[in-house]
Design a protein around this ligand. Structure first.
Ligand SMILES: Cc1cc2nc3c(=O)[nH]c(=O)nc-3n(C[C@H](O)[C@H](O)[C@H](O)COP(=O)(O)OP(=O)(O)OC[C@H]3O[C@@H](n4cnc5c(N)ncnc54)[C@H](O)[C@@H]3O)c2cc1C
Length: 108
């Protein structure tokens, strides 16, 4: 395959570089060893941890704040499988967003 720019790694450093190179007119490929784009940040770092933080925040609110506002919901419990599904959906939305940006900008 012939190209002007080859970017190694589809994390935040790589995908932004690849998109910018393509926008500037270079025939650009991005080489990523994982099945999804997005790197540490989108797949296993920033995004999933913030999804977990949101779950923990709501759980704490349910435990500590709801009753003060007159909301009675009983003892809140965490269904880990459902929480994990939600986290995975957030990650998928983000990694597919990068794939969409590649397509829109002509990065292979
Ligand atoms: C738990 C956690 C939470 C974080 N939270 C935040 C946060 O809230 N805010 C923030 O700014 N940063 C956060 N970070 C840091 C952030 O994830 C990194 O700064 C960012 O991902 C670095 O981007 P990068 O593109 O340099 O590297 P990476 O995201 O690591 O991407 C490198 C990519 O290259 C690929 N690759 C490596 N070798 C090869 C190869 N030989 N061939 C093909 N592909 C290859 C890898 O698979 C990977 O996809 C967090 C990190 C972790 C671990």
């Amino acid at each position: 395959m012939e190209c002007d720019v080859a970017v190694l790694g589809g994390g935040p450093g790589g995908y932004t570089a690849a998109i910018r190179a393509a926008q500037l007119g270079a025939k650009t490929v991005c080489i990523e060893k994982e099945p999804e784009l997005g790197g540490t940040c989108l797949r296993i770092g920033c995004i999933p941890t913030k999804a977990w933080v949101q779950t923990a925040f709501f759980l704490k609110e349910a435990e500590e704040s709801f009753s003060k506002l007159g909301i009675q919901i009983g003892e809140p419990t965490l269904d880990f499988a459902t929480a994990n599904e939600w986290k995975a959906a957030v990650v998928k939305q983000m990694t597919q967003g990068v794939a969409g940006l590649f397509k829109a900008n002509g990065v292979e």
